[in-house]
Design a protein around this ligand. Sequence first.
Ligand code: NAD
Length: 351
Amino acid sequence: MRFIHDSLPQRVRFATGAAPENLAAEVAALGAQRVMVIAGASERELADRVTAGLPVVHRHADVVMHVPVEVAERARAAAAASRADVLVSVGGGSTTGLAKAVALSTGLPIVAVPTTYAGSEATAVWGLTEDSVKTTGTDARVLPRAIVYDAALTLGLPVGLSVASGLNALAHCVDSMWAPRSDPINQALAAEGVRALRAGLPLVVKDQDGLEGREQALYGAYLSAVSFASAGSGLHHKTCHVLGGMFNLPHAQTHAVVLTHVLAFNAPYTEGAEQRLAAAFGSRTAVEGLTGLRDQLGAPRSLRDLGMPGEGVAAAAEAVVAAAPAGNPRPVTLDAITGLIHDAWEGVEPR
Ligand code: NAD
């Protein structure tokens, strides 16, 4: 066995119902006295509750998916004007993403309080969008110093969004099995992430007010993000990045649709990973495990339903082939990717 593995420095506090005191402890540990709270409109009420006891100098609700540069600039100006010394983000990946954009240029520390399963809180990856083009990069300054997980904060997330977001997390795990820096450590985290998400998500759908499934899903989402941060973007993420950017598709739902197709494409070429994923799903094959879960959750199945135009398939396929990681286990040909995207667009079972 021979590999190089980096672990990211970050504290994780995980306790249902304890977000306010855990957050206060992290803000105090940083010695911070001027808190800027970032939370989008639908996360505002949660954020007010969780941050009630903190020395808040500014509450910022101007959050937009994929962090347009002008939105980032306004948040940076607000941080400077309020002389904030810590950023507290309460919300999904878009909210965490805006905090990262501020941290990138100011160096301010972030304490993240996630309310979806996107997992941005556990990565040092930032993203900014200008003229419909999203640029991403990695910078240690944007990694939140601490994460405060509280499954009770996800109770308000509608079931459809919980499912899509959960499958987005599952996609981090699956892609980690063959991504450019995949190694035994991130594969082990990814497999445990699949197990937890597979156990938790059906419970979230079945019992919307229950916390057991939401805890499992949140734990799985954290593992998925850690494995993804370490392994990097594989074919699945490159495909979703292209599709999302070209057709402005919703992030989590696009992942939910595309994942079965990329798994079916790569699985026959990655025996070890395939068996490991199948075991984590508790199914005969990995693809059976994933399609079974998708059906059980009533997840979205077609890119057409998400708003992608059919005539976009050819251009998307070319862009995916150009962006595909060199080490993908199966050769990424234009024919194969055109078929894959067409199937995902139509919403048929993977080949
Ligand atoms: P999101 O943050 O846009 O949230 C989706 C919607 O759900 C929003 O309207 C939000 O206000 C609402 N919401 C969030 N939590 C809620 C709750 N508990 N109750 C009710 N409503 C709630 O979507 P997302 O899927 O979490 O994040 C997507 C973004 O994150 C994308 O821009 C993606 O690129 C980015 N992302 C980045 C990384 C990274 O490592 N940098 C990783 C994953 C995702």
